[in-house]
Design a protein around this ligand. Structure first.
Ligand code: NAD
Length: 508
């Protein structure tokens, strides 16, 4: 078995489905290759599950819910404790697979797994997270309390860019709250997700509580419209996320849809120059710019515009290579199609009059001539009507704009249709406070380039980056995966006073 195989695969490298605790070979006729983006080596074939297979997965989850919802909190929690220990133990092995199928460096792949592991660790606190509230004596002898009950079968649809972290945002929290789950990983890189699913089974998740179907639009639409699914968590592009939100919403489901981004870093001239430029280069070009929280726009305020040559020098020193090679800073983008799209957008920037300061289009990587590489690319003189500004590029491309004041920068960020992440670089507390208060973006970093919250808080987003009230992980996701029941109760002593018929709405 090579490093890319999971025990959920056959020896011909077919990724399997997980239905009712069984690893199932799909009967579909539609398959897609899982390809190493640095080499084009086919690592496995992933099935696009049939409608019957999807129904079987949902039916298994529905059956399992009957007993799983009543499984004591401590038992659910202990499975998460085992899962976090197993993920820790197997993290390095999974990182190799993740790097091979996704392209990111081994260190970044370990980071992808670690950020998901943190959510599993948080799931171990479900005893307190899922507690209800209690008010004694809301009327004479009457108490009111709330129960946070699981909602049923939930579904998760994940993107290619974090094949460990994002599935781990979803199924551990859903399951630990007492729900059952059907996961649809990205068809582009499902192997590391499957390794984590396998660890969940090893940790003791019972048959049917976690199921996996693979596929594309048909399977996603099937999940969004299935009458037995109560909630859908989606992470991916704005285009697909809006479709999922509308379709699943129309079919009566709770939906959280975490979508695309254009993340601005605003640089004030009083910022720590070295730290800021290092942060910008790392956040713009790391993971080949394929993070939803990547910095893709730098807004230089006032004299900070003079730092551009230094940023260019830093970016040009980053090493482009396969993620598996030591010392790599920038790996390949996920597919040939993604590379074509990034190159097309770079060309549109040139056509529309931006200045190409650093051109990553013709990067050569010895030994990996077929890889989907794009080198760090830097534009200046960008205006807000250009496609390189209006569209999410999702590649190692940083566009820079210049403004004169912080107010102008805030207005610029707030006019952009996306609101996922942003950062302010400054030494001024007053400027930082003004920025955090006035900016309309979900995640705000102050001298932090990629402000992804730790799991005791929730990931969020605004405007074109998120639909639905409640975000992944933290307290919000416990609300998302549970429904509140309010109980108002009075107990009578046998010798209690007969206080007559009450025909009003008041409690007495
Ligand atoms: P994508 O939207 O192409 O795919 C996401 C999921 O939707 C996949 O599982 C895919 O199989 C499915 N899908 C694809 N096309 C579909 C269609 N037409 N109908 C129904 N389902 C479909 O996204 P991606 O390219 O895998 O991931 C990158 C995107 O995800 C970027 O836009 C990035 O910003 C976003 N993202 C957002 C967050 C966040 O938290 N806001 C986090 C990570 C990634």
């Amino acid at each position: 078995m090579n490093a890319s195989l999971t025990p959920g695969q056959t020896k011909v490298d077919q990724v399997r489905l997980l239905i009712d605790g069984q690893w199932v070979e799909s009967k579909t006729s539609e398959w897609r290759d899982v390809v190493n983006p640095a080499t084009q080596e086919v690592l496995a074939r992933v099935p696009f599950a049939t409608a019957e297979e999807l129904d079987a997965a949902v039916a298994a989850a529905q059956r399992a819910f009957k007993t799983w919802k009543d499984t004591p909190i401590g038992a659910r929690m202990r499975i998460m404790l085992r899962l976090q220990a197993l993920i820790r133990e197997h993290s390095k092995r999974i990182a190799v697979t993740l790097s091979a199928e996704q392209g990111k460096t081994i260190a970044d792949a370990e980071g992808d797994i670690f950020r998901g592991l943190e959510v599993v660790e948080h799931a171990c606190s479900i005893g307190t997270l899922q507690m209800g509230e209690f008010a004694e004596n809301v009327a004479g002898g009457v108490d009111t309390y709330t129960l946070r009950q699981p909602i049923g079968v939930c579904a998760g649809i994940t993107p290619f860019n974090f094949p460990a972290m994002i599935p781990l945002w979803m199924f551990p929290m859903a399951i630990v709250c007492g729900n059952t789950f059907v996961l649809k990983p990205s068809e582009q890189d499902p192997l590391s997700t499957m390794l984590l699913v396998e660890l969940a089974i090893e940790a003791g998740v019972p048959a049917g509580v976690l199921n996996v179907v693979h596929g594309g639009k048909q399977v996603v639409d099937g999940l969004c419209t299935h009458s037995d699914i109560k909630a859908v968590s989606f992470v991916g592009s704005t285009e697909v996320g809006t479709h999922v939100y509308d379709l699943a919403g129309k079919h009566g489901k709770r939906v959280q849809s975490m979508m695309g981004a254009k993340n601005h870093a605003v640089i004030l001239p009083d910022a720590n120059r070295t730290q800021t430029l290092n942060a910008l280069a790392g956040a713009a070009f790391g993971a080949a710019g394929q993070r939803c929280m990547a910095t893709s726009v730098a807004v230089f305020v006032g004299k900070s515009r003079e730092w551009l040559p230094e940023l260019k020098a830093l970016a040009s020193k980053l090493k482009v290579n396969a993620g598996s090679e030591p010392g790599t800073d920038v790996g390949p983008v996920i597919s040939k199609r993604a590379k074509e799209r990034v190159l097309g957008l770079i060309e549109s920037g040139i056509r529309e009059g931006a200045t190409l300061e650093l051109d990553g289009r013709d990067v050569k990587v010895p030994g990996y001539e077929n890889g989907n590489f794009v080198g760090p690319t830097l534009f200046s003189g960008v205006t807000t009507d250009m496609q390189i500004y209006t569209q999410e590029i999702f590649g190692p491309v940083l566009v820079t704009l210049e403004v004169d004041t912080l107010d102008e920068a805030i207005a610029l960020v707030n006019r952009n249709p996306f609101g996922n992440g942003t950062g302010l670089f400054t030494q001024s507390g007053a400027a930082a406070r003004k920025f955090q208060s006035e900016i309309d973006v979900g995640q705000v970093g102050i001298n932090i380039p990629i402000p992804v919250p730790v799991p005791y808080f929730s990931f969020t987003g605004s405007r074109g980056s998120k639909l639905g009230d409640l975000g992944p992980y933290g307290k919000q996701v416990v609300q998302f995966y549970t429904q509140t029941k309010t109980v108002t109760a009075r107990w009578f002593d046998d010798d209690s006073v007969n206080d007559g018929v009450n025909t009003t709405i008041s409690l007495r």
